[in-house]
Design a protein around this ligand. Sequence first.
Ligand code: IPE
Ligand code: IPE
Ligand code: MG
Length: 242
Amino acid sequence: MSSAPASSVAVGDGAAVPRHVAIIMDGNGRWAARRHLPRVAGHRAGMEAVRRAIRGAGTLGIGALTLFAFSSENWRRPAEEVGDLMGLMRFYLKREIDELDRNNVRLRLIGDWRRFDPDLVRDLDGAVARLSGNSGLLLTIALNYGAQDELVRAVRKVMAEGLAPESVDTAAIEARLDTHGLPPLDLMIRTSGEARLSNFLLWQAAYAELLFIDTLWPDFDAADLERAVAEFGRRERRYGGR
Ligand code: IPE
Ligand code: IPE
Ligand code: MG
């Protein structure tokens, strides 16, 4: 993935549609707490928002959608919640795979997700393989992902491959990031009102437009995504130029 300029595409009315949108899907716990429900109910409702986001991205002509589903720091949560999240991932894959396939969605995973339980890893591998022939929306799910961890793994690859120090440049690093080959990140959205990146796509966000919205993730809908894309269309991107 490169941070080259002019990655967004113009549509009918001339407004730019982001080619690559990333979302930090935050606020499931607070959504549940407001309803006096257990946190897992928020995560379950969050799955419905994932479905809406994927459909909405397709409708709006977004080419690549990257979703932060489980961070390398989320292991710090109580074992019960981690277990619930893993269970929901398996459930989600089983329930959604046919529709994803029908909608021509391609699936890619980033992060150190092979450290998940072997059963889940097998399901994830199966889902990626099943959707690999598709040509529509490129859906990337970040699982056991941390941007610092991603950079450490990239640097390790550089060293293991014995690259000469003077040949290590931004392209050499990018080629070894989990996101290599994805379009440059245009728009990063975080829900739930928090204004931080929480170790998500730190390198890739170098020139992304950042948007923090108050909606809690389980309430996120097509209109939120449309508003985000409209806001992106109003931003002026400069890349250090004038
Ligand atoms: C996001 O919602 C889901 C994951 C991080 C897996 P949270 O669970 O972080 O919800 P809040 O931030 O506690 O409301
Ligand atoms: C970021 O949300 C991770 C995901 C959305 C998967 P967190 O809720 O884990 O982030 P912090 O703890 O508020 O920074
Ligand atoms: Mg949170």
